[in-house]
Each structure stands twice: as C-alpha cells, then as structure tokens.
Design a protein around this ligand. Structure first.
Ligand SMILES: [Zn+2]
Length: 454
C-alpha cells in the first residue's frame, strides 16, 4: 500500500468520509470541527460493510462476468445481454428501465439530491453555496456491446489462471463491476445523498459511435455531477482526456465485368488501392499525436470478376481537431485522386465509369477533465486508500461525450488484468480484482455522498 508522506490512507479516508457525509449546511463549519467527530465518521459502518461485501463476493462477481460474457452482444444487438442485466439490477433492489436506445438504467435515489455535497476529499476549504445544486446525479456506466459479430464463439475457456473469450475483459469486467457495486450499495444499505444511476449502455464500440452515451447525456446531462465509466480491466490508468476521432468509409462502384473479356474496364478495387497508397503516404505529426488506420477493406465477388464495388473503412484519431480535419480532407482527396488515376489508366471507358463517395461513419468529440475536478480528487483518494497508483491517460471512451460537454467524467478499468482486447484471444485474470472494485466504489461514494444515518 502506498502511503502519503503526510497523511496516512486511513486518515485520508476519514477526511473524505467526513466531507461527503456532512449535510451541506454544516460544511462551512468543517474547518473548525474537532477531531473526535472525524474519527467517528471514519468508521462509517456502511462504507466498511460495502468494502467487505466486495471482498467476500469475488466468486459470485466472477460468475456474473462469465455469464454475461457468454451472452453475445454485438453493437446494435445488445438486447439479450441488456435483459440479463436488468434482472440483476432488479435483484439488487433497484428500479430499472430500458430506454428507447436500449440502455439499461437502474436508479438509486438520493436522500437529499438537492444538497450541494462537497466531494473534494483533499480540500479543507469547502466552497459551498446555500443554493441547491441542479447537478444532483452521479452516473456509473459500463458498455454492453462487443466488437464481435453474431456467430462468434463467446464460450469462456479456462487456461491456468486466465479466462479466454471475446469480450471477457472489454467489457465483461466493467459489467461485472457495475452489478457488483450496485449489489454492494444494496447489501450495505447505503443511502447516497445524490441520486446514482447505474447504467449498462449500448453502442460504445465501433460504429455504435457512442450512441448509448449520447442518448444518456441528452437525457440526463444537465443533472449530472459526474460520470464514471467502467471499461475493461486493470487499475493502472484513469482516462481524463477524451481522444477525438473520426471514422470514415470510402465506397467506389463501377459496372463490373469479366476478368478476361472486359479487361481494361475501370476497376473499383484498383481505384481504392491507388487512393489508399496515396493516403498512407500522408505525414502525421508525433505531437499532437495523430494516427490513422485502414481497418477494413472489402469488395468483389470472385477472383475472375472485375468487381462492381470496393469499400474501405478508416479510423483517424488525434489530440488536435485541426489534424483530424486535415486527415479527413486528405482521405477524401486521395480517394478522389485514386478514382481519377484508375479512370485515366483504363483502356476501355466506354463500358462505364467509376462513382465514389467518402462518408463520415462516426465522430467522437474531444475534451479534457479539469485538473482541479472533485471527481479526479475522489479517484486519487480512492487510489491512495487501496494502495494503487494510476496514470492519467487520453483515450477514446464513453467519457468523450460528457467531457465534450463540460461534464466531469473519467473512464477506469474495473480491476484484475486483461489483454488481447478486440481479438478472439482476449483474456482476463481476476487476481487483484478487489482493488479495482474498491477503487471504483470509493470514487462513486465520494461523489454521491452518504446520507447521515439516524
Ligand atoms: Zn470497452
């Protein structure tokens, strides 16, 4: 366990438990509170009971993860997994609904959602207004969907300490933790100050284009104090910066024909290859970091046919919006030039010409969490308590959507270790999972506050 040179982890826990459990009106008096009050709150039996519950229920949390992973959930086809999660939330005593986008939303109402809860665990200068805060809700989310198409074998295999299955970590781990935290609140009978929404959302991966989170932020945005996204495994990072990205598709079509008798006719695959070769010669800067990936290419019907169609999907990411725009323009120009080159090279243009379009499949906005955010302070305090160290990271996650709108949000792994995400060899090792669970729980409860017990 990592210890701060000045304040022990336990004392830090004491500090923030005091802050979060204190009614708003007493916060101004916080700085002058005598020590004994702090000590009493440090032993908050509900917090301790939830942490213990998480530690003692690792086997059933693992069972849940395996069960959910084995329900296929490609983006846009999440409903079977959503239904299973809905019933798990209901078993945790939560009112649960599925919205029209397909997100599963379980509500734990706060005792005093108008309260201006001070959630900065490290601060001794509480800045609170008497006015009720419209931001009275904290959202904890994990995405339901996987990148694996229908028909992929999602049965979990065991190899030594590792479990292997597509989606086992991304996002089996996040979903298992989401359910576990809801159950821990229920088991420990914790009544938060603010409302908590436990959400299993659709459409995070690929062409899902964050549609689940977009719908949630449309509905709940103005009420959200913070969004905590559980995505994948590990506890080594905290995503505080949203990586902006664009996803493009180029489609080139032509008349198509026979490889021998129609030779010389313009060929859409040739045009796509010509354009692609031009595009991959485009220079990208190391800073701001900018990347592109030609991720999927398809077209044609047989080896001896001139194809009538060719398609290419490209993912573009950058720390800079202007680099994104530059690369998007470069792709459009290169595909157009590839089509022109192929038409010029064609020996027989009388049999028709090529058409093309380049479309934006998706766009993820960027945004950064402010460094003095109470959410980051809560995560740091939780890290200290569980003896974890994590580095801030920029990534493309569900947190992009709230961050782009100025809502405090982070994305974190939910514990244990995983690898091979988005591959059929994806694996998960649950060793050390409780650190991830406790870290997420403490961060959430620091943001929601706890209602004082009578
Ligand atoms: Zn994920």
């Amino acid at each position: 366990m990592r210890t701060s040179p000045h304040i022990s982890p336990m004392k830090q826990l004491i500090l923030w438990v005091i802050l979060v459990t204190m009614p708003a009106h007493s916060l101004r008096a916080y700085a002058s509170r005598p020590l004994p009050d702090r000590a009493r709150l440090a032993d908050d039996p509900h917090v301790q009971s939830a942490l213990t519950w998480l530690r003692k229920n690792l086997a059933s949390i693992s069972d849940t993860q395996i069960r959910l992973t084995e329900i296929p959930a490609p983006s846009f086809q999440e409903s079977a997994r959503a239904a299973a999660i809905r019933s798990l939330f209901e078993q945790a005593g939560l009112h649960t609904e599925i919205d029209k986008t397909g997100n599963v939303i379980a509500t734990l109402p706060g005792a005093n959602p108008g309260a201006n809860v001070n959630v900065n665990p490290g601060s001794t200068s509480a800045t609170n207004s008497a006015a009720p805060d419209a931001r009275n809700t904290v959202m904890l989310s994990a995405h339901l969907d996987t990148v694996f198409p229908t028909g992929t074998d999602v049965k979990v295999q065991h190899e030594g300490d590792r479990w292997i299955a597509p989606g086992i970590s991304d996002n089996g781990t996040g979903l298992a933790a989401l359910i576990a935290l809801a159950r821990a609140f229920h088991a420990a009978q914790i009544k938060p100050q603010l409302n908590i929404l436990f959400v299993a959302n659709v459409g995070e991966e690929g062409e899902g284009n964050l549609r689940g989170m977009r719908a949630l932020i449309d509905t709940y945005g103005p009420r959200l104090k913070a969004v905590i996204v559980l995505d994948g495994s590990s506890t080594d990072h905290v995503t505080t910066k949203a990586l902006a990205s664009r996803r493009m598709e180029a489609v080139i079509t032509g008349p198509g024909g026979h490889s021998w008798s129609d030779f010389g006719m313009p060929n859409p695959i040739n045009a796509l290859v010509r354009g692609s070769v031009r595009f991959i010669a485009t220079k990208v800067p190391a800073a701001p970091r900018t990347t592109y990936n030609l991720g999927q290419i398809e077209g044609g019907t047989s080896i001896n046919s001139i194809p009538h169609e060719a398609r290419l999907k490209v993912d573009i990411r950058s720390e800079s919006e202007s680099e994104l725009t530059r690369l998007e323009t470069a792709l459009r120009d290169c595909i157009s030039a590839g089509v022109r080159d192929e038409m010029e090279a064609a020996r027989d243009r009388s049999k028709g010409k090529l058409e093309f379009k380049v479309e934006l499949l998706g766009s993820r906005p960027g945004g950064d969490l402010r460094p003095d955010s109470p959410l980051l302070a809560a995560l740091r305090a939780a890290d200290d308590y569980v003896g974890n160290q994590s580095r801030p990271e920029r990534s493309s996650t569900d947190a992009n959507i709230p961050l782009a709108q100025g809502i405090d949000a982070i994305s974190i792994g939910a514990g244990g270790n995983g690898g091979g995400a988005h591959s059929l060899q994806e694996w998960y090792d649950p060793a050390g999972r409780e650190i991830g669970l406790q870290r997420a729980f403490l961060t959430l409860v620091a943001m929601s506050g706890i209602a004082p017990t009578k």
